[in-house]
Design a protein around this ligand. Structure first.
Ligand code: ASN
Length: 631
């Protein structure tokens, strides 16, 4: 019904506005350009150097990065600083804004304050974009990616770091592909992780190391497979995507502790060196030991130095010097460390262990015990906590029997079958309020955020049906609140349509926000006002809508409520700060309409509101009641 109304009204609207309302198959990405080779130029001395105000104007000249005619004809005035990619095969278009940092840095010159700056920018603009790209030098990209993965708590959107080995405007460059792919991934795939995209791989940021100083495949994640492969198709391993699994909103923790260090053992390392390393102000050390976590157990003075540091509150985490593998207390030489209180760091990279330590030590209100416990815990997919055998797809009973019935035999076909079946099974379980069925599906490898053929997820369905327990279950297990179905509806839209106020509140608390064009929101609100549907107005308000938005005629919900004499809506709107003096395109205000004969009751309500505003004291019981009801 709402959609019908939308279409009818769109036809009435001027062509330009109608089109801009319909442009919702677009993703918006914020690019934070911090520096790195990707935007560098050769300076007078013949070496690469970052150059300010160079990248953006040059990118605007390349059609693959910027569809100039679309930008000129279709972008609204306030969007004029955006760059627009051409339409992709999926039918989507990515619009992006580049925020250039000053100064631009070679990443070797970056420090912890730069990580905080990036985290703060993401936090400031989090609700305005679908995803984030960080253009960054390759040298310390693995550190920044690891640090951001911890600093960004309850992340629900993709943050993709990329850069290049050759500057983007040189004839041969990996920068163009890397940047374009990063925009596509950030704009199209709701992977709620900090990622590193390089060459044809998308890797979990806190599992990544720079492995080659000259290759176009410079990065690897030695202990886990890639999150996505960029081949002819982009294949995301959804079962493998890390999800925060809380109902808390995105936030950042930007106070990192600088008093941390990496200590790499070598045969014959002196005890003086170890002691001086562990001196105050040191608060945490990542010890890079041999093989499966071994250190000499025939050097009591060394173990004593470690023990003394731990006793005064230094946290020491043990990881391996090997590129691949994990620390294991199976050897006596490793066990000697754990007996002294060293924390086993599993299969963490040095970059992840160091930044995790800095993050954990930066939590002022955590005790040393909590900090140590957190170092052992898997916080963002940076460490394999439990080693369990990989579950084979063939183990999934249901899929197995359907596969047999359909005479499916290859692994690829089975994967396709599972991708087709699971989202629908999960939607069905959500519809019938069956948390147990969802739990079974999840335990057999189902991705709770996967959409069915219409892009609907279990969360969309549960929100529409008003199944509060299912919504809670899904959010607790990391289902994303940001997925859009084929009509660009998020679960929040479903909860609004069915007026489930409690679910709206829960979704908003988890970070959901309105993504519709303001004119379309205004039309929904005006239409609710015309129908005198206060609970619909309340639903939109709970979801974060501004009750003073105006439609294409600049009419607000109050204009409509007044002119159609919908008393409940008028009372509710006036009780919730709706303005009576906003002018529509015909220069009419709601107050002017109320002055006409036949509107006396409404006129009196508005006059009360005006008196109240002048005196600062509420004098209308009616309006107070509307307010109380809403609260
Ligand atoms: N030195 C450069 C940097 O890290 C290397 C690169 O980006 N390829 O900024």
């Amino acid at each position: 019904m709402e959609d019908d109304l939308f279409q009818r009204r769109s036809k009435l609207a001027t062509a330009g506005v109608a089109e801009s309302v319909e442009q919702e198959q677009e993703a918006k990405v914020l690019v934070l350009y911090t520096g790195g080779t990707i935007g560098m130029r050769t300076n007078r001395n013949g070496v690469y150097e970052p150059e300010a105000d160079y990248l953006i104007p040059e990118l605007k000249k390349l059609p693959i990065f910027h569809d100039k005619s679309y930008a000129e004809e279709q972008l609204m005035e306030e969007e004029k600083d955006l760059l627009v990619m051409p339409v992709m095969r999926s039918g989507r278009r990515v619009k992006y804004h580049i925020k250039e940092y000053n100064p631009l840095l070679d990443s070797s010159n970056m420090n912890m304050n730069d990580w905080s700056k990036i985290a703060n920018d993401i936090s400031t603009f989090y609700d305005d974009y679908d995803g984030f790209v960080i253009l960054h030098g390759t040298d310390t990209m693995a550190y920044t990616a690891s640090a951001l993965s911890f600093m960004c708590e309850n992340l629900g959107k993709p943050i993709v770091l990329t850069g290049s080995q050759i500057p983007i405007f040189e004839v041969r460059s990996d920068g163009r592909d890397n940047f374009l792919s990063a925009l596509v991934v950030a704009g199209q795939f709701l992977i709620p992780e900090v990622l590193v995209l390089f060459g044809n791989k998308v890797l979990r940021g806190n599992r990544t190391i720079k492995n080659d100083s000259g290759s176009f495949d410079a990065f690897i994640s030695p202990n886990i497979a890639a999150i996505a492969d960029l081949e002819t198709d982009i294949t995301v391993d959804w079962a493998h995507v890390f999800r925060s699994g809380t109902t808390e909103k995105f936030r950042i923790h930007s106070e990192m502790c600088p008093n941390v260090g990496l200590l790499r053992l070598f045969p014959g390392i002196s005890v003086q060196l170890v002691r001086s390393f562990l001196q105050p102000p040191t608060q945490g050390v990542v010890l890079q030991s041999y093989g499966a976590g071994n250190a000499p157990d025939n050097r009591p003075e060394l173990l004593k130095a470690i023990e003394e540091a731990i006793n005064i509150g230094v946290i020491i985490v043990n990881i391996t010097q090997c590129t691949r593998g994990y620390v294991d207390a199976a050897y006596a030489t490793g066990k000697a460390l754990y007996d002294k209180g060293v924390i086993p760091g599993g299969d963490m990279t040095a970059e992840a262990a160091l930044t995790k330590l800095s993050y954990v030590l930066g939590k002022a209100n955590w005790s040393i015990k909590t900090k140590s416990k957190m170092m052992e815990r898997n916080l963002r997919g940076e460490v394999q906590a439990i080693r369990k055998e990989d579950i084979s797809l063939q183990d999934f009973e249901l899929i197995d029997s359907v596969a047999k019935a359909l005479s499916i035999s290859t692994k690829e076909e089975t994967i396709k079958l599972r991708e087709a079946l699971y989202p629908n099974l999960m939607c069905a379980a959500a519809k019938s309020n069956d948390v147990q069925a969802l739990e079974r599906l999840r335990n057999t490898g189902g991705n709770l955020s996967a959409g069915n053929q219409d892009g609907r997820t279990a969360l969309h369905v549960a929100a529409r049906e008003g199944h509060h327990a299912v919504v809670q279950y899904l959010l607790h297990h990391g289902a994303t609140v940001y997925s859009k179905d084929q009509h660009d509806h998020t679960p929040l839209n479903d909860a609004i349509i069915s007026k489930h106020h409690q679910i709206i509140t829960l979704l908003v608390r988890t970070g959901a926000h309105l993504t519709m064009h303001p004119i379309r929101i205004a039309m929904e609100l005006c239409s609710a006002a015309a129908r005198d549907e206060v609970s619909t107005l309340q639903a939109w308000k709970l979801a974060g809508a501004d009750l003073n938005v105006s439609d294409y005629d600049k009419r607000t919900p109050l204009h409509v409520a007044v002119s159609t004499k919908k008393m409940s809506a008028v009372r509710y709107l006036l009780g919730n700060d709706a303005r009576w003096d906003t002018k529509d395109i015909f220069e009419n205000t709601a107050e002017m309409q109320a002055k006409k004969p036949g509107y006396e009751e409404i006129h009196e309500l508005i006059q009360q509101k005006i008196r109240e505003e002048k005196s600062g004291i509420p004098d209308s019981e009616d309006l107070q009641q509307a307010q109380i009801k809403h609260d």
